[in-house]
Ligand binder design. Structure first.
Ligand code: T5A
Length: 214
């Protein structure tokens, strides 16, 4: 059986990742590709519990080190219980955020040592890398305004961060895209949803035509 492919969707808050992730799944399913939608941190019952811990604004402070370890703990659980088995069955997995989020948020945003993040990634991924990453890029102010308009309650720990933090995260993502231009496909996400879908469809067409390599 041909193994499935992992597609990850990345970007700052409000970039449209969840919207695009659902659309990518539907695009694949319309072409008879079995695709599963999931997200990080989370994706399984236990990993979603870790998500609640890492996102909630409690009275205790959470260091950047603890945050990084919690992200990778949730990712390990997700890979073992959901992503790995789905890929082994031949399904494609569409994941709303993955390790590039740790590189951008904890690495570029919080200043966590990049080499340590790569050590954790090597350990947790066990050789798996996304076949393709869609990086939805847009100005921080536009993303934050979209995220705010959609939010129905209090902000989580990340949403409460400053614009300067999200500028570092965005710059971190763009640096990753420059480093890995084959895997990371830049999508101009301040465009209309129809235009974003057109850009994404072009990437997916190349990906499926190439049998999964970007
Ligand atoms: N995190 C996560 C880390 O720090 N490290 C890690 O390793 C990982 C995995 C939670 C947080 O976890 C952090 C980063 C995050 O802060 P999350 O819930 O996935 O992660 O992140 P959020 O960015 O908070 O998710 P949002 O739901 O806010 O943003 P999305 O998914 O990017 O945006 P979406 O699709 O919900 O769209 C937002 C609004 O914009 C509209 C939508 O309809 C919606 O109303 N919209 C558009 N409007 C106009 N034009 C377009 N093109 C539009 N696309 C969407």
């Amino acid at each position: 059986m041909t193994p499935g492919r992992l597609i990850t969707i990345e970007g700052i808050e409000g970039a449209g990742k969840s919207t695009v992730a659902r659309w990518v799944c539907e695009w694949l399913q319309r072409r008879s590709v079995s695709a599963q939608l999931t997200r990080e941190p989370g994706g399984t019952e236990l990993a979603e519990r870790v998500r609640r811990i890492v996102l909630e604004r409690g009275s205790e402070s959470v260091s950047a080190t603890a945050e990084t370890l919690l992200m990778f703990a949730a990712r390990d659980i997700h890979l073992v219980n959901l992503i790995g088995p789905a890929l082994a069955r031949g399904d494609w997995v569409v994941c709303d955020r993955f390790t590039d989020a740790t590189r951008a948020y904890q690495g570029a945003g919080r200043g966590v040592d990049a080499a340590w993040i790569e050590q954790l990634a090597a350990r947790v991924h066990g050789g798996l890398e996304p076949a393709c990453t869609l990086l939805l890029d847009l100005p921080v102010a536009v993303g934050l305004a979209r995220a705010k308009s959609r939010r129905d309650g209090a902000c989580d720990r990340f949403e409460a961060e400053t614009a300067a933090f999200f500028e570092r995260v965005r710059a971190g993502y763009l640096a990753l895209a420059r480093r890995e231009p084959r895997r990371i496909q830049l999508i101009e996400a301040s465009a209309s949803l129809e235009d974003v879908q057109r850009q994404v469809a072009a990437v997916l067409s190349r990906l499926t035509a190439a049998g999964g390599g970007a």
